[in-house]
Write a protein that binds this ligand. Sequence first.
Ligand SMILES: NC(=O)c1ccc[n+]([C@@H]2O[C@H](COP(=O)([O-])OP(=O)(O)OC[C@H]3O[C@@H](n4cnc5c(N)ncnc54)[C@H](OP(=O)(O)O)[C@@H]3O)[C@@H](O)[C@H]2O)c1
Length: 357
Amino acid sequence: MALHVSVVGATGAVGRKLISLLDQSRLPVSRISPVASARSAGQVLVTERIPIAPIAAIESFSFTGADIAFFSAGAEVSRRFAPRAAAEGCLVIDNSSAFRDQADIPLAVPEVNPEVLRQRPDRGIVANPNCSTIQLVRGVAPLHAAFGLTRIVVSTYQAASGGGLRGITELASDSAEALREHPGPVAHPDDGEGRFGMRLAFNLVPQIGALDDWGAAHEERKLRYETRKILRHPSLRIDATAVRVGVFNCHSEAVLAEFDRVVEAAAAWRVLDAAHDLMLYRPDGWPPYPTPLTVQQAPSTNGHVHVGRVRGDPENPRQISLWIVADNLMVGAALNALRIAEQAVTNGWLDAVTARA
Ligand SMILES: NC(=O)c1ccc[n+]([C@@H]2O[C@H](COP(=O)([O-])OP(=O)(O)OC[C@H]3O[C@@H](n4cnc5c(N)ncnc54)[C@H](OP(=O)(O)O)[C@@H]3O)[C@@H](O)[C@H]2O)c1
């Protein structure tokens, strides 16, 4: 089998990470066609192993002949072009929010709900969940299986890279500016023009995405409906507060989980300790808990979900609290998409390709 893979959004934070993962992966990829906006057409990205074409503008790109198309260019681009890619025969793995809430589109985290990937979807599109949802469900799914979740209260601390390359560069330049100006006024005005609505450097911004009529932000709504869909638990209560923090990469989450059954912290610990690709931190070890920096600085485990501060509550024996950190560009986007592709190959969705090759 030799797969021709197209990466839409190839110049972005997720697209670049995905191309480097593909280059190192065991997937039998024979060539990569990178796609972006007309602004980037003709630029050349570098890979070590797999041949890669110059970047094509999406308007003029034909998906015919590509076997898999990874979309990481925002919801508008996915709405407009992913159905065309699927109609042209590609399996689309979409990183945007465009299709996640649609009943006939699988929303997949292969470690948690691989059953949604048993059959190739009729519409030819699989949705990758939101980055903060992926690390949340990978952290709580083992506990749900063991003790039955009834409620989650989650506060997220989301890094600038969640806002793409522009978010990263904006945090860097605003930080430099703020340090130069300190303690005087900062140059970047809080005028809503920046990537995060307000200046992020040395700040916290408690709104990610547009507010609805109830005052919930888009990121908080995604955490709710995506977690329910992935865990197949429509009555799960989820209270989310999503906060953007002045950190370059890796999202963190403070999670309070309530269960049907009484849960001893030691029992929760044993369940989490047995979970796949989940790293547990002991309070008497070093580091005693994961942080965005410790996770970022340990690239060999940046595909793991990192969990610390596991504790019960003597006043509520059905409750466990956790601190979950993960690399949002890897766990929350590129790696999850790659694992969906691997599962599709394992499940024979691309066998026609084998026949053709
Ligand atoms: N960042 C994360 O942690 C994360 C996690 C999960 C999911 N996602 C999702 O992944 C997607 C990409 O995020 P990102 O962080 O990688 O963003 P990014 O760094 O801003 O990159 C955006 C990419 O989309 C391309 N693009 C923008 N407008 C386009 C258009 N009209 N036509 C074709 N290509 C266009 C850009 O190409 P040019 O360079 O040519 O403009 C660039 O390659 C988004 O849907 C985001 O919600 C992101």
